[in-house]
Design a protein around this ligand. Structure first.
Ligand code: KIV
Ligand code: ZN
Length: 514
């Protein structure tokens, strides 16, 4: 990886991405995403922030102990306790990396850290030295780097490289930079950090002005060799630079960018879907590369052109990013083998037990819906495999509704292995369902958002419901799919409550940590 044209892809979906509101994931979910990222070809996976919570520590440790090829990074503040905890979590990884950071902008130093620049410099150096005593793979980030004094930034970078940092990262923490300016800053750092040849220069951009990808590409053009990204661009506030946009920009414009990556682009779309399903964060239809409309040609003139030669209106082939919408539609008579073969073409590898669960659900769905499409199968995988350790499960649901009756819902749940049932009324069928679920589970969450959409075309389509719940200051997303939209709404609510239960025992990081 000494080739200067090979860009190192550092993925922080599991750390910065997890800081998206409501996106908290449990350990099994994080492990699944980490394995998918490794298969995607990501070079460095930032698995989490071990000092933030015991749950984070355990998840980082599990990922570190599982991955074989990718480097596993643990984020640590520039403090002895954080670095020791971080190292404890990753010390058994095949390729561990400690990533330590401290803010270098005047604003952050004065108001957040209440430290003098000389103290910040000292802390940065001490932290990197400590990290370097554990591993020779140490990354240092100058938080709010893009708003820092350029010369102070170069002094800090020079000192931490002397102290043992092998990667120095320049973050645009608040998404304030403009591409040309950010590229110039990268160039300035390269020209004014005397020992820069001993480290890899990385960038980490946020998308507050919608410029994260542009800033990252401008940085690459000016000499950055590592880019920090997330799948679907999820992350704090408006998100981070999106992995797929940067990777496909380099691949699609090789004459402009001689740089390459180690990403297997055909795994981009399955990875995007997996992250969306696990986090519950929907991908907007017009999102570049991975949105539902990214390769859809609506205008007649475009359709005509694409039929004559796809290159008229398509700059990338959908198959290049793993969109394999083949016409094979599964149905009632499809066997376990055909289902598995199809699931594999969608980019998933299920164990025998997981396949059994999905196959059973598939047969149930096929009794209700003739043509089972990819979107349906994804929903089955989501419900049957990706959701783990559920406290509340739906056993049955009966709902009475119409314009001449009081909507009433009767429900049986399984709560920690114990069946409980009850019924109640509501202003509408969903209100009735949510009232009885809340009563049976003894939860008092607030419903902040409720959306419903059809997974596929046709009146027999599965309805997919997404909810956003809040309880005791914690928010969580829930998703459910079923041909019966009231059942889908119940499943989404129960999924959201399960996520809240998990978060109650694994509290999210304190806001003040970052
Ligand atoms: O945005 C940021 O500055 C960060 C650092 C911790 C790298 O996420
Ligand atoms: Zn960040």
């Amino acid at each position: 990886m000494n080739d200067d044209r090979r860009i190192i892809i550092f993925d922080t979906t599991l750390r910065d991405g997890e800081q998206s509101p409501g996106a908290s994931m449990n350990q099994a979910e994080k492990l699944r995403i980490a394995s998918q990222l490794e298969a995607l070809g990501v070079d460095v996976i930032e698995a989490g922030f071990p000092a933030a919570s015991d749950g984070d520590f355990e998840a980082v440790k599990a990922i570190a102990n599982t991955l074989k090829r990718a480097q596993v990074a643990a984020l640590c503040r520039a403090s002895e306790a954080d670095i020791r905890r971080g190292w404890d979590a990753i010390k058994d990884a095949a390729h561990p990396r400690i990533h330590t950071f401290i803010a270098t902008s005047e604003l952050h130093m004065k108001y957040k850290l209440q430290m003098e620049p000389s103290e910040v410099l000292k802390k940065a150096v001490e932290s990197v030295k400590l990290a370097a005593s554990f591993t020779d793979n140490v990354e240092f980030s100058a938080e709010d780097g893009s708003r820092s004094d350029r010369d102070f930034l170069c002094t800090v970078f020079e000192s931490v490289i002397d102290a043992g940092a092998t990667t120095i990262n320049l973050p645009d923490t608040v998404g304030y930079a403009i591409p040309e300016e950010f590229g110039q800053l990268v160039k300035y750092v390269i020209e004014n950090t005397s020992n820069i040849d001993k480290a890899v220069l990385s960038v980490h951009c946020h998308n507050d002005l919608g410029l994260a990808t542009s800033n990252t590409l401008s940085a690459i053009k000016n000499g950055a060799r590592q880019v920090e990204v997330t799948v679907n661009g999820i992350g704090e506030r408006a998100g981070n630079t999106s992995l797929e946009e940067v990777v496909m920009s380099l691949k699609t414009r090789p004459n402009f960018f001689p740089q390459t990556t180690g990403i297997n682009t055909t795994r981009i779309y399955p990875t995007s879907r997996l992250v969306s399903m696990i986090t519950g964060i929907l991908v907007q239809p017009n999102r570049a590369i991975v949105g539902a409309n990214a390769f859809a040609h609506e205008a007649g003139i475009h359709q005509d052109g694409v039929l004559k030669n796809p290159m008229t209106y398509e700059i990338m082939k959908p198959e290049t990013v793993g969109i394999t919408k083949n016409s094979l539609v599964l149905g009632k008579h499809s066997g376990r083998h055909a289902l598995n073969a199809h699931i594999q073409t969608m980019g998933y590898n299920l164990s025998d037990d997981e396949l059994n669960v999905v196959f059973k659900k598939f047969k149930n769905l096929a009794d209700k819906k003739k043509r089972i499409q990819d979107e349906d199968i994804e929903a089955l995988i989501n419900e049957g495999v990706l959701r783990s350790s559920e406290v509340f499960c739906l056993e049955y649901i009966h709902v009475l509704s119409g314009n001449t009756v009081f909507p009433t819902a009767s429900i049986q749940l399984n709560i920690n292995g114990r069946p409980v049932h009850g019924s109640t009324e509501g202003s509408g069928p969903i209100d009735a369902v949510y009232n009885i679920i809340s009563k049976l589970t003894g939860t008092k969450s607030e419903l902040l958002r409720f959306t419903i959409s059809a997974l596929t075309e046709g009146t027999d389509a599965q309805g997919e419901v997404t909810v956003r719940l809040k309880e005791d200051g914690i928010t969580a997303l829930g998703k459910g799919a079923d041909p019966d939209i009231i059942t889908a709404a119940a499943l989404a609510y129960i999924n959201g409550l399960n996520r809240l239960e998990y978060l109650k025992t694994h509290p999210p990081k304190e806001e003040a940590l970052l």
